[in-house]
Design a protein around this ligand. Structure first.
Ligand SMILES: Cc1cc2nc3c(=O)[nH]c(=O)nc-3n(C[C@H](O)[C@H](O)[C@H](O)COP(=O)(O)OP(=O)(O)OC[C@H]3O[C@@H](n4cnc5c(N)ncnc54)[C@H](O)[C@@H]3O)c2cc1C
Length: 396
């Protein structure tokens, strides 16, 4: 067992950390205030290979192992929680769907531009009535032959059959800015989980893709969370990923890997909250001494860092099992569950250490708290993850 980072992993951490300190931290307040997608920052990250960290170089990625990817995402999230979601949804969700389940030509056509950061990706699973309960989704994809009139028109260039998608999705991170969206829909509404399929949708090319709205949120600013509608959205049949009926398994497998990076987002935000609170505790004086000298504050800092270190261990344990090709469902769920709760607890204590100032926008402590809260909700709520962990324990 080796707890030390390899030379390459340490190099990645240092490179991303420096980028975050120089480019992200100075913009974090503006991103939080303006709530606009930070295109320039994303372009800079693409230059550094940060939009395709875990994908092989042959598909435009940086070819990093999952530990390095998690470390990179932890650092990015330390700078901005919204940026952490942008990269996680783009890479762990949309990119991984293509990497794991796309055929060679789908990888070349759709994964490479994502990994190189020329395109932005989104993952559209959730619906108004189907959050935790994924099989309750109502979006459908019907296979149709191209009609005679279409064959004489634009659609004549399309090869063979098409799918026509109708329905809508809610809460889709990057959904309003994405070039490639992996969409889940029912190809057989009577077949429960086996009737769900996954597709590649290209908003700029495909008629019938409508961005209805973007949410006003508590935190996670800068990453647009979109409501999407598909109105007779026609896509060629070669946009199907894998086989019809594979979609539910695709979603579960993708979310497993994604949970490791939401754990990383939790650790990153918690570190930011801790570091800020520690600095404040050494500067702020009351009763003639820095507040950090009071045992109650020192103990808060001790608990905060201990929890962060434990969350990091769980994150790396899950990444290790994923790299080894072992079953890591329980490990990823535990890492995500624990790191999410730790990020909210640490951010809460960060505000407490700042006293009244922590409750104002004069310090970033309140932003860390707002950003941290989301970790307990997306990619499996904490309640649903406890169900997953419990089920896995009973199966062991
Ligand atoms: C900012 C943001 C970004 C998101 N990004 C994406 C994205 O990019 N792509 C995407 O597809 N989705 C995304 N989501 C959706 C997210 O995954 C869902 O919100 C989440 O899965 C919960 O679903 P829900 O909101 O419908 O809540 P519900 O499922 O209605 O849950 C409500 C409450 O009931 C509890 N509950 C539900 N079922 C159970 C159960 N079986 N046992 C115990 N408790 C239960 C939940 O834990 C929760 O406390 C995002 C959400 C947010 C807020």
């Amino acid at each position: 067992m080796d707890f030390a980072l390899s030379a390459e992993q340490a190099q990645i951490r240092d490179m991303v950390s420096e980028f975050v300190d120089e480019e992200v931290v100075p913009l974090a307040e503006e991103i939080d205030h303006d709530d606009e997608f930070p295109h320039d920052l994303v372009d800079e990250m693409a230059e550094l290979g940060l939009m395709g960290m875990p994908f092989p170089e042959e598909y435009g990625g940086a070819g990093l192992d999952y530990h390095s990817y998690a470390i990179g995402l932890e650092e990015i999230s330390r700078g901005s929680g919204g940026l952490g979601t942008i990269v996680a949804a783009h890479t762990s969700l949309a990119g991984n769907m293509l990497y794991e389940f796309g055929d060679e030509s789908q990888k070349e056509e759709y994964l490479t531009p994502l990994a190189e950061g020329r395109d932005i990706g989104a993952f559209a699973l959730s619906e108004a009535g189907a959050g935790s309960d994924v099989p309750a989704m109502e979006t459908t994809a019907e296979k149709c032959e191209a009609t005679a009139s279409e064959q004489s028109g634009v659609a004549a260039e399309k090869d063979g059959d098409e799918y026509v998608i109708n329905g809508g999705k809610l809460w889709i991170s990057n959904g309003s800015v994405a070039d490639t969206v992996t969409v889940f829909a029912k190809t057989d509404p009577d077949a429960d989980t086996k009737g769900i399929s996954s597709f590649v949708v290209r908003p700029e090319e495909d008629d019938g893709f409508i961005v209805e709205n973007t949410e006003e949120k508590l935190g996670d600013k800068g990453c647009p969370t979109a409501e999407l509608r598909f109105d007779d959205l026609r896509i060629p049949e070669d946009r199907l990923l894998g086989e019809e009926g594979d979609g539910f398994v695709h979603a579960l497998k993708t979310l497993n890997g994604g949970r490791i990076t939401i754990a990383a987002r939790g650790v990153g935000i918690a570190r930011a909250a801790f570091e800020e609170a520690r600095d404040y505790a050494t500067e702020r004086e009351q009763f003639g001494q820095p507040i950090g000298e009071f045992q109650s504050i020192k103990h808060k800092l001790a608990d905060m860092d201990t929890k962060i270190q434990a969350a990091k261990m769980l994150m790396h344990k899950a990444a290790d099992k994923k790299i080894r090709g072992e079953n890591y469902i329980k490990d990823a769920a535990q890492a995500k569950l624990y790191a999410s709760e730790v990020s909210r607890e640490v951010a809460n204590e960060g505000i407490q250490i700042h006293g009244g100032y922590g409750y104002t926008k004069d310090f970033p402590a309140e932003r860390f708290y707002r950003d941290a809260k989301l970790n307990e909700i997306y990619e499996g709520t904490s309640e649903v993850l406890r169900n997953t962990i419990g089920d896995q324990l009973l199966e062991e």
